[in-house]
Design a protein around this ligand. Structure first.
Ligand code: CA
Length: 402
């Protein structure tokens, strides 16, 4: 792209707007502003222009300021509840110490654009300047009510940056979800980011949603805001706020039914295990751990691949009873190990003790086998807790459990 061609032809520079939808209201809640340039009848993205390191910052700033002005002028048509997202890399944000951009925003505030509606999508990737100054400037902007969105999957923005910047919104790019090469673990990483967002009080926005399963994924993984071609491409004009209301309601209905069916299956399986394990434990409680394990295997060989008993502090009192290709074996080296450090361990002990009932865990990867499994935990009495790990094979054969 020829930067000088664009600079000498600024009347063909204009903003596009891509709507962002919310899960709670199923309405348009914001637009991201994207630069476009029309040349010989074709409209091209100005993304590469802004990312090109060879183009001097003052050129980019000139084009950007034009876009910001045009976008805000057009935003005067919008409902006051609708926010406006601007992309700001560090160079652009720091240009002129951030004053000219802020001045533009303040001019539009006088015309009725509340600065609380402004969201800066920032990127500090490859920034060579002083990050502290950058962070200070952002904090200064925030004193006006301006919000900060951070793209979490971008190279260079790590957990440390997320913690430092405390973004109002975390933008998660679902593009990688398309390729099968990323593997199952990518889902878990995204899910973890949504948990992190919850902890730090940030709202999760999933972007680049291009297919229905990506929307389902976003919905299931704590995404409150959605953006992507599947919902609406960037365009010169705004859409009605309730543009997707009916369709999103319908889709959510399907997601909810599907998820409820799965949860019901997990619940009823847990009840089934509860009845069975309770019965086996009652019948065999005088046999000692080894006898109990063998009695469980007689009835649950299809489901289980590992079992052990801990006390309420997580100290393992039995050996592991573990099934490999040759069959079931005792693994004595696990005795006396402590598992209280594992996530949810103590919460589950307390829950089991108070409810006198077993718990089916969520899906997780077994550290030793790497397989996706669940664990059924069962309170034998106030001191002994039985853990039965359920194999992937069994979950696979009962596919609602996966
Ligand atoms: Ca963006």
């Amino acid at each position: 792209m020829d930067a000088l061609e664009i600079l000498s032809d600024l009347e063909n520079v204009f903003p596009y707007f891509q709507p962002i939808f919310s899960a709670d209201e199923q309405l348009v809640i914001a637009y991201e502003v994207l630069g476009r340039y029309q040349s010989d009848g074709t409209i091209i993205s100005l993304g590469p222009f802004f990312q090109d390191d060879q183009i001097p910052d003052e050129y980019k700033f000139e084009v950007d300021l034009l876009l910001v002005n045009q976008a805000l002028e057009k935003a005067l048509e919008l409902d006051e509840e609708i926010s406006i997202f601007f992309n700001r890399n560090a160079e652009l944000l720091m240009y002129g110490n951030g004053e000219p951009f802020l001045q533009t925003l303040l001019d539009f505030e006088k015309k009725g654009v509340n600065l609380k509606r402004i969201v800066l999508e920032i990127s500090d990737r490859n920034y060579e300047g002083d990050l502290d100054q950058f962070d200070h400037l952002l904090q200064y902007y925030r004193t006006y009510g301006i919000k900060v969105a951070l793209s979490s999957m971008e190279k260079g923005s790590n957990f440390e940056r997320i913690a430092e910047l405390e973004p109002d919104i975390l933008k998660i790019n679902l593009e990688a979800l398309k390729s099968t090469a990323t593997g199952v673990n990518f889902n878990d990483v995204l899910f973890t980011i949504s948990l992190l967002a919850r902890k730090i009080g940030a709202t999760v926005l999933f972007e680049n949603i291009e297919m229905s399963y990506q929307l389902q994924f976003a919905w299931k993984n704590g995404g409150r805001y959605y953006q992507g071609f599947y919902l609406h491409p960037p365009a010169a004009e705004f859409v009605p706020r309730d543009f997707l209301l009916y369709r999103l309601k319908e889709m959510f209905h399907d997601f909810i039914s599907y998820e409820k069916r799965k949860l019901e299956t997990v619940f009823s399986t847990s009840e089934k295990f509860q009845t069975k394990v309770h019965e086996i434990v009652m019948k065999n409680k005088k046999l000692g751990y080894e006898g109990l394990f063998q009695a469980i295997v007689k009835e649950m060989d299809q489901a289980a691949f590992r079992m052990y008993i801990c006390d309420e502090d997580g100290f393992q009192k039995s050996a592991n009873y573990f099934k490999d290709k040759e069959g079931w074996n005792f693994q004595g080296e696990y005795k006396n190990k402590n598992w209280s450090w594992r996530p949810y361990f103590l919460e589950n002990i307390i829950k089991m003790r108070n409810e006198r009932k077993g718990i089916m865990s969520d899906l997780y990867s077994d550290i030793e086998t790497g397989e996706t499994i669940r664990t059924f935990s069962f309170p034998m009495n106030g001191r002994e807790y039985l853990f039965i790990d359920i194999s992937y094979q069994y979950l696979y054969e009962h596919d609602q459990l996966l």
